[in-house]
Write a new protein. Sequence first.
Length: 317
Amino acid sequence: MVPSWQNTKVDDESAGEESSRTPEDGQSEPVFGRRASSFSDLGPQAVICYKFYSARLDPRMDPMKSFSRAIGLAVRNRPTLLGVIFTSLAVGVLWGANIGAVYPFVEVVFEGQTLQEWIDGDIADSATRTDELLAKSATLRESLPTLSVDEQRLTLANINYIEKDLEAERRATEWYRWLQPFVHAYLPATPFKTLLLIVGALIIGTALKDACLVANLVLVERLVQLAAFDLRKLFFRQTLRLDLASFNDSRNSELLSHFTYDMNGVVLGLDTLFGKALREPLKMTACLIGASFISWRLLVISLMISPPALFMMQRLS
């Protein structure tokens, strides 16, 4: 089989004219002394390893489309891909759980309380808060007939807001009452033993998180290297189909560069995609979910204020 670039015969005059062209003439500079489109003889998968600027020479060489082909090779290894997803989820959940363990540490240990005293106090505070909300709602309802239309509208909005708070307090009270027997039966009854329990839980959680992180890194690297192995096999298979006359000094260096340097770029991209690009959003989601359980209003305000504040800090620094 004769490559397509050999079928184009160039005489001496046109060859000299081609070699004298510069980027100012409107022609893009070749990647390795030869037009990059000649490498398309290696098949559709070979275009993955082209440099970004070689896409200007041939519209078929879209870098992101070629990278999507590399992703398709990676997702074929489904057991490894499932392991990557599972360990990423585990890292995110354990990351949020370790941060959430700071809350009882501050609430219980620094106050010199036990977990039993803490949950009993929360139940009492929740019941008091519920009674206050009920009394406030009843007072507002009684005042409705004496108010104007605009004032009634504002009062009804306040009543609706109070009822939502009341529903949240009732759910919290039910949760605490369900948890209360287990806390009294199985958890330590002294502040020092409570401190040991919380610290031990933090150590175990951190160890599990690190173990899942190591497993995730290993599985990501396995997934990426398997995809790179399949891609190299495609390259070699297509290269062996080329005519022997197509190999010369410049062509050999071009092929070796694609087999080594450009292949490493694809591996790095896949490693970032299935590694940090998958883990970090899950960790952020776990932190946001934990913050919403503590105070969703404060979370919304923080999300609204943080981006402008960070932008101003970046501009002023």
